[in-house]
Ligand binder design. Structure first.
Ligand code: ARG
Length: 505
């Protein structure tokens, strides 16, 4: 018996050790095969570090849209740095007056955007070494009375908002008119609204090449240097960028990139038709058909719809909650503390512009986290709309005759039950037109999304304008698309209203 047990355990022992050996071999084999693979993956994950980059991409030849993508000197410099250091760069096109804040708050890792080194900016960010020189030049209409800087004092001047040109003109000449980009300032001049535009020389040459009536004066206002900007104290990134720029300068790559882009720094040739209708057809072709520019509108349209619809849902849900809390406090004297919080919320939200709220949510609240911008917009517009929806619904609740509540209660229904089944359905019907109005406002309000570099419908039109210098058709197209959306929305609301009315009978 004992021996039998020993032999059994022995057998089991040998079997176990055999099994263990198999397992050992198998794991060794797996390790041999998988480890290098895992390590490679790991390495790749480490190697492919991605930096986010802010730029304002209406600045040819440094950054501009070509075939729907951002191209230019700055983009090629980044590509080359990426190749040399095995890192990735993700580009974010945003308003120029936001890009320094973006890097300062850590929203992006660096800025490359034809950005001039200035002492004021140096206080906020660290600059790399310079990679290109530039000048602030004066663009005027051919034959203009303005012949030099001394004639600018009585002229109507246009600049890009927040640019070094803006700073120079404001300090030394007078308050200029500020545009979101230089191209828009140039089209304002083409439309007779300005006498001169102060802009960096390279984009100025590009714009002038595209507008035969314009010319650049020979004397420059200021000499400048372009460099990249990063968050203060990020030494590792600064060193990588600087040493790459040094190497690219030494082996001629930097020079080659700049020369290549400067050589074809002009908008593509357009032949203009003679008749007005022919001109319009030409413009239509350049604005929408060429380079598939209509895509900017189509993609923007989808972004606008997405944000407006989701924000409306957030607005309804939160607004409804606030309205019920507030009217319950009014009607019953309960919920005093939540009511106070709601009131404070309404005061703050309705007391500040939605664009400021959007910027605060993006730059401050979600400051150092990498969060989807569509989500930021939905949160911002949703929170904003909730305040208005809340007051609309509350006014609806309060407009229902007090007797209705008393009747419900005297029938033995509880407060909540009367609210749900008697008051709210009537209130909803009463406020439907006002709610519809709020959604129409919300839909159009999303047009400020461009402030946080979201390409919504309005921004799509802006990009086309900055490429074709034609203000008319892109703006009309954008307006028509919003108008159609609003007409459709009103129609649907009307139908809903009729439906509710029918149910009443
Ligand atoms: N060099 C000027 C500045 O730094 C203008 C730069 C504008 N750049 C741009 N990508 N829009 O202020």
């Amino acid at each position: 018996m004992l021996s039998a047990m020993t032999s059994m355990s022995n057998k089991a022992g040998t079997e176990k050790s055999l099994w263990e050996r198999v397992r050992l071999y198998a794991s060794a084999l797996l390790a041999v095969v998988l480890l290098p693979l895992l390590m490679a993956c790991e390495e790749q994950a480490q190697e492919q570090k991605t930096y986010t980059v802010a730029m304002e991409a209406t600045f040819p030849p440094y950054e501009f849209y070509r075939d729907g993508e951002i191209a230019g000197i700055d983009v090629d410099i980044l590509k080359e740095i990426g190749r040399r250091n095995n890192v990735n760069f993700r580009l974010e096109d945003m308003a120029f007056d936001s890009i320094i804040t973006a890097v300062q708050t850590g929203k992006v890792d660096l800025v490359i955007s034809g950005l001039t080194v200035t002492e004021d900016r140096r206080r906020q960010v660290d600059f790399t070494r310079s990679y290109s020189g530039a000048r602030q030049v004066i663009i005027v209409k051919k034959g203009s009375a303005i012949k030099g800087a001394e004639d600018l004092f009585n002229a109507r001047l246009g600049v890009q908002h927040g640019s070094s040109g803006d700073i120079y003109v404001t300090e030394h000449i007078k308050e200029p008119e500020r545009f979101t980009n230089g191209a828009l300032a140039v089209s304002a001049m083409n439309a007779g609204k300005l006498d001169a535009v102060i802009l960096d020389n390279a984009p100025a040459e590009n714009h002038v090449a595209g507008s035969p009536e314009l010319t650049i004066l020979p004397t420059a206002l200021a000499e400048e240097e372009y460099a990249m900007a990063i968050r203060k104290g990020n030494k590792e990134l600064l060193d990588m960028l600087n040493s790459s720029l040094d190497a690219m300068e030494a082996d001629g790559t930097l020079h080659e990139i700049i020369e290549r882009h400067m050589r074809d720094n002009k908008p593509e040739e357009e032949k203009r038709a003679e008749s007005m209708l022919g001109r319009l057809a030409d413009d239509f072709r350049t604005d929408f058909i060429k380079n598939n520019r209509w895509h900017y509108l189509a993609d923007g349209f989808l972004v606008t719809i997405e944000i407006a619809a989701a924000a409306a849902l957030v607005g309804i849900a939160l607004g409804f909650l606030i309205a019920v809390i507030r009217s319950t406090a009014d009607l019953t004297g309960k919920l005093r503390v939540p009511d106070m919080i709601c009131r404070l919320y309404l005061t703050v939200v309705r007391g500040t512009p939605v664009v400021v709220q959007l910027l605060i949510i993006y730059f401050v609240i979600f400051g150092s986290v990498d969060v989807n911008k569509v989500l930021v917009a939905i949160v911002a517009f949703g929170l904003n709309s909730a305040a208005y929806v809340a007051e609309i619904i509350r006014s609806g609740i309060m407009s229902v005759d007090r007797g209705q509540m008393e009747a419900g209660r005297s029938l033995g229904l509880g407060y909540g039950c009367t609210m749900r089944n008697v008051i709210l359905p009537q209130a909803f019907k009463n406020v439907l037109p006002a709610l519809g109005n709020e959604f129409i406002v919300l839909l159009k309000e999303t047009s400020i999304c461009g402030y946080i570099a979201l390409q919504d419908l309005t921004k799509g039109g802006d990009i086309i304008r900055s490429q074709t210098y034609d203000a008319f058709l892109p703006l009309i197209a954008v307006a028509l698309i919003y108008l159609s959306m609003v007409i459709l929305l009103s129609h649907l609301l009307k139908k809903l209203e009729l439906r509710l009315k029918k149910n009443e009978r």
